[in-house]
Design a binder for this molecule. Structure first.
Ligand code: ADP
Ligand code: MG
Length: 687
């Protein structure tokens, strides 16, 4: 049960003044459903803004407040292009206020033609025009008050404004109680960190490293503790010792010999599975290293021992791909492979469920649907989780409760995660590494060039397609995943390419309905569509060997690890493959260095380590790579710096007070609930 002190923090945002059903939606899109979420919705940055009489007094890139008269609204022919409002300053300079997506509704309301408004935002140049994109504020009067030192800038979603969010955060903080201290007093002293509640207040007020670090440390400590509790619990539980006799594996008809790394990994897994203690092992291998066949061998061991195995994929489309290839590979062995996803309905689904219950299905592949309550197994003893980083430890625990006894778990990831992050995500986990690519893989030629070379590039693409090849085209990442600007950019590029390639192009981004997204992916996977235009949502693990060209726009905005992942989508067949990294003007030195590194190496681990190092300089972009870490508060920098300490601290706490009973232990329980790592606490009760 959640400690009572936390109740006000877990109250819904709807309990705040001014939050009704209308605001609930945009808040929800940012994951802000409770008071605690608002507390932790920390400013992305702070702006200091200057009032100017006219825009000649301002520099490009400067944050300003200026009084403007609205002259014209310009909707463009294409609904995908931005909506522009033209306005005039005191001396007749024209500038554009630019809105993407549905933000244009706000513009229409706030900026009637021939009215005067105070507008605050960042002055930018766009072609030969000056503009402010999505102004922070538009006021009828009282604009002088917008000239400010240190105004927090929050991440927004459609339907929210900066003042609205700031007001809600203020209310949330007022309702936030002080909590018992879970950090050791001597450490607080040494680091000069504020108490928890003070840290929150300070972090919303201005740049404050001590406050931000303390809040990040809390999250890292909670995560470390939860992992240790789960791990300790796992060690106590009993699984099934599974001994295979080789009968199924012996009938496999692979068209290639296994690499040394694959053989080694399989042996390690076999050793673990023969033990009664449940396996918890991570199989780490770069894209294309051949993890699937390792997983298959592991699952066949379970089948040989008379048990069932399951493979969990992060998305529907990946589940289907895995199912197809595993079924094909397993065919000669006689093992029965079935597919189960949320979308399978009716009789086929019933048949699969029956097969799992009576044991006639040996291996099931699917999305998290395979672990829903209604799904019962005869004897599930082995679980493979693909692209593990998308799942939390909580889900793993949920799986573990499915079998009569704890199943063996093999997590597979292609993300080359630096050691610090492995520790963060998995705790102390056994690791098998596929550090050797299958022989005969062709290196991917990586080319770096300016965005202005897009013309010749499209000609090249045309030739590729004429030869029957396929290609990916990844659009710029704006900052957070799938902001309106990002979608707009992808849609604009899609329209442009469509003019040239017609039906051969498909578009995929995160705001599309799943059916539409899947249909587009399927057309591409089947070779019917030749060119896939996407935001960064291209599924990890999608395997289209006929795709030989990867174009990434504004590559300088991506993390190296992410570029590497994307590049790994090509070079999977026998044809020579290319990766083209397009960049904008005025590349920073770090950006140049990073892109050069991409050209020089195809070693994912090296790239990941270097990425972490190069980003140390505090580049804004990519400090938080969504989806790559299980953290929402701690940045990559903070993880690198603070995680080892948090981990040691958690260990000490466990050793001294494994049941979390003492005063600090009680506080640590509060911490676990605060960060919803309470599945860790639950292990204490069961144990
Ligand atoms: P990933 O590790 O990215 O999941 P896959 O398991 O999808 O990689 O394997 C990529 C490709 O390499 C597949 O087409 C697979 O059949 C092939 N492959 C796997 N192991 C070997 C090997 N030892 N020799 C040659 N090809 C292999
Ligand atoms: Mg794979």
């Amino acid at each position: 049960m959640r400690p009572d002190v936390l109740n006000p923090l877990f109250a819904e945002t709807e309990t705040l003044d001014g939050v009704g059903p209308k605001l609930k939606k945009p808040l929800g899109r940012l994951g802000l459903t409770r008071i605690r979420d608002l507390d932790y919705h920390l400013p992305e940055r702070f702006v200091t803004r200057r009032a100017v009489g006219n825009i000649d007094e301002a520099g490009e890139g400067e944050q300003i407040v200026v009084k403007l008269t609205v002259t014209e609204h310009r909707a463009s022919r294409s609904p995908r292009a931005p909506y522009r409002v033209l306005a005039q300053d005191a001396i007749g300079n024209i500038l554009a206020l630019t809105y993407f997506g549905r933000a244009s509704y706000t513009a229409k309301k706030q900026l009637p033609v021939s009215e005067t408004r105070w507008v605050a935002g960042r002055l930018e140049r766009f072609g030969d025009m000056l503009q402010i994109v999505h102004p922070d504020h538009v006021l009828e009067e009282g604009g002088e008050s917008l000239q400010r030192l240190c105004e927090p800038v929050y991440r927004l979603s459609e339907g929210l404004t900066q003042p609205k969010v700031a007001g809600l955060v203020e209310q949330a903080l007022e309702r936030t109680p002080e909590l018992p201290e879970w950090i050791d007093a001597s450490q607080l002293d040494k680091e000069e960190w504020p108490a928890w509640r003070d840290a929150l207040v300070l972090a919303h007020k201005g740049e404050n490293k001590a406050a931000r670090d303390r809040l990040a440390y809390d999250e890292l400590l909670a995560n470390s503790l939860a992992l240790m509790l789960v791990r300790a619990d796992n060690r106590k539980r009993r699984g099934q010792a599974l001994q295979g006799d080789g009968s199924y594996r012996g009938r496999l008809e692979l068209s290639f010999p296994l690499t040394g790394a694959q053989k080694r990994s399989i042996a390690e897994i076999e050793g673990d599975m023969a033990q009664e203690a449940p396996m918890l092992r991570l199989l780490q291998g770069d894209v294309g290293a051949g993890k699937t066949v390792v997983a298959l061998e592991a699952m066949l061991i379970a089948v040989e021992a008379g048990a069932q195995a399951a493979l969990l994929a992060p998305t529907e489309i990946l589940a289907r791909q895995h199912y197809e290839s595993l079924r094909r590979m397993a065919e000669p062995t006689g093992a029965h492979v079935a597919l189960l996803t949320g979308r399978d309905k009716g009789r086929a689904r019933e048949a699969t469920l029956m097969g799992l219950l009576d044991g006639s299905v040996d291996i099931v592949v699917g999305t998290h649907a395979i672990f829903q309550d209604k799904v019962a197994y005869r004897n599930l003893a082995m679980v493979v989780i693909d692209e593990q980083h998308r799942f939390g430890v909580g889900q793993r625990l949920m799986l573990a409760s499915k079998g009569k006894r704890a199943p063996h778990v093999l997590a597979m990831t292609a993300t080359p995660i630096p050691r610090t992050l492995t520790l963060a995500q998995y705790g102390e986990l056994d690791v098998s590494k596929l550090d050797e690519l299958p022989p005969g893989r062709q290196a991917i030629d990586t080319v770096v060039m300016g965005q202005d070379k897009i013309g010749p590039l499209v000609d090249r693409l045309t030739a590729q397609i004429a030869e029957g090849r396929q290609a990916y085209w990844v659009c710029p990442m704006v900052r957070e995943l799938d902001r309106p600007e990002e979608i707009a950019a992808a849609e604009a590029r899609y329209s442009a390419l469509k003019e040239r390639f017609g039906k051969d192009v498909v578009l995929v981004h995160g705001q599309l309905a799943p059916e539409i997204k899947d249909a587009a992916m399927e057309r591409f996977a089947s070779g019917d569509a030749k060119l896939l235009v996407a935001t960064t949502v291209i599924e990890v693990g999608v395997d289209v060997p006929n795709a030989t060209l990867m174009v990434i726009e504004q590559a300088e905005r991506f993390g190296l690890a992410q570029l590497h992942q994307l590049r790994g989508r090509v070079g999977r067949g026998s044809e020579k493959s290319f990766c083209v990294l397009l960049h904008g003007e005025n590349l920073s030195e770090t950006a140049q260095e990073r892109l050069k590194l991409m050209r020089q190496t195809q070693d994912g681990f090296l790239l990941a380590e270097e990425d972490l190092r190069l980003r140390g300089g505090g580049e804004l972009l990519g400090t938080r790579q969504s989806g790559d870490t299980p953290f929402t508060v701690a940045s990559l920098d903070q993880i690198t710096q603070l995680l080892p300490k948090a981990y040691d601290d958690a260990r000490l706490l466990m050793e001294r007070d494994g049941g979390l009973e003492g005063k600090r232990g009680e506080a640590a329980r509060v911490l676990l609930y605060l960060f919803e790592r309470d599945y860790g606490v639950r292990t204490l009760r069961g144990g």
